[in-house]
Design a protein around this ligand. Sequence first.
Ligand SMILES: [Zn+2]
Length: 371
Amino acid sequence: MSRMSRPPLHRPLLLPGLPRIWRGRTTLQVGLHPGRAILLDLPDPATAKILDLLDGTRPERAILRAAGTLDLSPADVRALLDVLHETGLVISTQRLYPPALDAPSRALLLSEATALALAADSRQPRFAPPALILRRRRSARIVVTGRGRLGAGIAVGLAEAGIGHVQADLPGPVGLVERIGGPLREAGVGTDRKHAVAQAIGRAAPSTDTRSIRRGTATLVVQLCHDQPVALLALAYLQHRQPYLAVSVREGAAVIGPLVPPGGRPCLNCLALFRQQPPAADPAPAGSDPAGAGPSELMMSGPEPLAVATALAASGYAVAEVLKFVDGTATETIGAEIEVSAPGRIRRRRWKPHPHCVCGQSRRWPEGQKP
Ligand SMILES: [Zn+2]
C-alpha cells in the first residue's frame, strides 16, 4: 500500500454501494468499475472490518482508536485509509456535503452526493467535490413555467437533486393524464396544479423553497409550452438577460432545448423564424434567410400524446440539463434541440442564430438604445 502525508480525514465515508469481493485470502477488491475498482492487499484480513466503520459518522482518530480495540495495527489501518482516500473511494464528509446542510437533507441527498463523487475523478486537478456542486444547487433558483405534462416531474426532480428554490409556475387544474408517470399521482383531478406541485416538492424535498421568484432573478427558467407570441417571450428573456431552457412535447416526442444562456444565441425566436420556411426546406434550416413576416407559432391542440416511459426519460434529461447548467458543466442543448422519442432513442438537432432575429440585433444596438 502507498503511504501519503495528509491531514486527518473529517468523518471519512466509504462511498456507499461499492461491492467488495475477496480475491484470495488477503486480497480484497473494492468496486467493480474498471476505472475505479482497487485491489487491497491486507496482510491481516481482519483489517477489512474497518471498512464498516467508514460511514461518515466518525472522525479518523476515532477509527484509529477502534482499530486498537479490534487488535488491528494502526499503521495498517492508516495505510488502508490512505489508499482509499487517494483513489477517491473514501471521501471526507466535508467534501461530500455543504456545511450548512441539515441532517434530514443530508440523508435525502446521500445518493445524489455519492453519485456525484463516483461520476467525477477526485484525482483530477479540476475535480469539483460534491459539497461544492451541492452548494451551487442549494443557492440556485429555478422557475418551471408554462403548460405541459413534463413540468411537475421536472420541478420535483430538481428539488430532489438538491436545487434549493424551485417555483412551479404551472397554472391551471391538474388533469387526469398528468397524474400518470409523474409526481402528481396523489393530486386530485381538478385541484390547483401550482399547489399540487408545491405539495409534491414538499413531500420529496421538504427544505426546498417553493415561493415565487422575482422576475429576472432566476438562475434558469424551464420554459414549457407558452401562450404568448414567441417573439415577445424571447425578447422578454433577452431584456432580462434571463437564461432559459425550452421543453415541449411534439407528436409523441419530448423536445428539450435550446438552452439559451444570458445574451446567448440561438434563441426560441430564432427557431420559430427558421420554422417559417416550407416543410421541404425544414431539415436544413441553418443559414437560411426567411425574410418577410414575423415568426409562425407552433399551434398545439388537445392533450400532449406521450408514452409514460418517454415522459420519464425526457423529464430526467431535462433535469440533467438544468443541473449541468447550475453545476457549471457542459450542457447538450445550447444551440440544439434534443428530441426524446423513447428511452435511449434521442436525436440532436443543431440550430444556428437566425440573421433576422432580435437576439442578434441587440448586439448591434448602441448602449442605451436597447428595446
Ligand atoms: Zn434569436
